[in-house]
Design a protein around this ligand. Sequence first.
Ligand SMILES: *Cc1c(COP(=O)(O)O)cnc(C)c1O
Length: 385
Amino acid sequence: MALNYDEITRKYEKYIFQTYTRQPIAIKSAKGALVTDVNGKEYIDCVAGIAVNNVGHCHPVVVDAIKRQAEQLIHVSNLYYTENQALLAQELVTLSGMDRVFYCNSGAEAVEGALKLARKASGKKEFIATEHAFHGRTRGALSVTHKEKYRKPFEPLAPAIFVPYNDADAIRSAITSDTAGVILEPIQGEAGVIIPSDDYLKEVREICDEKGTLLILDEVQTGFGRTGKWFGREHSGITPDIMTTAKAMGAGFPMGAMLAKEEVAANFVRGDHASTFGGSALACAAALANIEVIRKEKLVKRSQDMGNYLVNKLKGLKKDYVREIRGKGLMIGMELSIKCEDIVAKARDSGVLLNCTSESVLRFVPPLTITEKQVDTVVSVLNEI
Ligand SMILES: *Cc1c(COP(=O)(O)O)cnc(C)c1O
């Protein structure tokens, strides 16, 4: 017998750490841009597991790849070679403009790897990060995450200084002889979809080159077509020294990677870093299928087109509480003059899942496969609220 909503949530209250504020629905299944709860109610998903399900939920090519791989080989550790790791590494290096890959299982882990690598490569200790940046919750990643509420109880953290985002000169002034690297999101996600000016990343790249400082680009949220490019860096044409990715990488299967240019990567030698699960045969199969689907279905271009379509529709909403709508591809923020909690609840009742970030920004990061008709429904639901 399947558990009903009350039975499920009672077990959560009794047995699970109370670290999340969850929406009051229990999800049972999902397909494409639709998810279904345990009562059979359907929702159009504009959250996509927080920018994870870029190819849509349970895409048949991904499901098939996972099934076939699971029957053949799930995990053997990094004590051995597997074909999948080799094939995926070649794809990732080609897509990212980096030279080498280190496999891990999440965004925070990718950031940990990046910070360790920059620390070792530079021989220096301090990182420069940006105000409102989010890089994950493990202690290293937390040390370059800005939010006071997340940091305070866990101090002391690793040394980091924060400068305003979208201010290249602030980075120039902050770099000292102690600086190990600069870490940035190409578009700030958790901060509320903050898009920097066109030349920001280029200027930061130039400053880092001039000062001999490593540039780490955190592409955990902006990767795999989310912003209308394979990676967010392409909007400014720069290549970082180190790059992190995760979220959409495995089409929902936990997967992350830290990538670097050869000169930097060479500083990590045998024994310097490791992960038991990193790049399991199963995770790599999911990631390879993910890339195949994005390519075959031209989802990078679709992200651009549907992003423009959704932004234009949202701009047509006549709501006095909308302050700004901004986005690149299907990474879109609608900043409100009020908190968005009530709107999220009302949209959910009307069959649309939305996410609120930074209290007053509605974040739209749906599957890149979302249809025009589904977008129209989302906007008409918002219009009726
Ligand atoms: C989500 C996110 C992370 C953390 O990823 P986890 O998989 O939750 O550890 C790091 N950086 C950015 C930019 C993110 O959006």
